[in-house]
Design a binder for this molecule. Sequence first.
Ligand SMILES: [Fe+2]
Length: 286
Amino acid sequence: MTTYRLPTDARPPLQLRTFTADLAPDAWPPEPVGDSTPALAAACREITHELREGRGWTVVDTGLADLTDDGLCSATWNLFTALCRPVPQYRTGELLYPVEVSSAPTLGSSHYSSSSRTGGYHTDGTLLDVTPHVAMLAGLSTADEGGETVLVDGHALVDRMEHTAPELLGLLRSPHPFHSGDGDHDPVVEHEIVEASADRPRIRYLRRYIEQGHARRGGEMDEKLTAALDAWDELIAAPELRTPVLIRRGQILFWDNFRFVHGRTPFVERTARRRLRRAYGVITAP
Ligand SMILES: [Fe+2]
C-alpha cells in the first residue's frame, strides 16, 4: 500500500483552526479554514486527482500524529474542508462522527460504526437523499490486533458479474427501497444498487437496508433478488478484490464512496482501542 505523505509546507494551515472534543458532531463548521497556501492547494489537487482519475482511494499521512487528539481532529477537519464540502452523515446532521466501540446507546443506523462487528460490506450514506461522493476515516488509534478497513472495488464487482450472471446484475440495476429499520420516522429511500452513470457505474449497497426496505414495502425479497444479492456478496468476498488498510494515528483514508464498498476485519481491543473519525463530503475542487 502506498501512502501519500502530506508535504511539510502543507501542514501549517491545517493547524490554524482548532476545536475541542466537546464540539457536537453536528457543529463542525463546513467552511474551509481561511488561509490556505499553495502547498496545501497542490496537495488537495493531488488527493482529488487520485480519487477521481486514479485508483479511487488514498491514504494521506498528515505527519501530525504527535498532536493531541483535539489538535489532530482539528487538522483532519481543516484538511477535509479544504478538499470537500462536508455533508451530514445522518438526518440529524452529524458532520464529524466517532467510529469506535461504544456501550452508549447510538442511532440505530450507526450501530455498525459503534460496534466491533465485521462483514456487512456497504456503501456509506445509502439512506441519505444525496449519497456522499467521498468518505473519510481518520485514525486516532488502532486496536491491539486487526481492525483494518477493507475496500472492495465496485467496478471490478460489476465487471465480474457482467460475465458470470448478467441477468442477476440486471436486477441490481433497477431501483430498490432502502430503510434503516429504525421505526416509522425514517423514510424509505429508493435508488439503484448499480446505477449506470456517464462512464462508470455508481454503487450504493447495504444489504440489510434493502431487505428492510422491501419488508417495509410489504413484501419479502423474491428468490431472484436474493440470488442476485448472494452473488454480489460472494464476489465481495473474493480475496483478490479486497484492499485492507490499517488506518494509523495521523493517517486519513479517503475513498470514492460510489466506487468502493467497504467493511473491516475483526479486531481485538485489550490495551488499545480502534478509534476513528468519519466524515462524508462532495469534492469542491474544479
Ligand atoms: Fe461505512
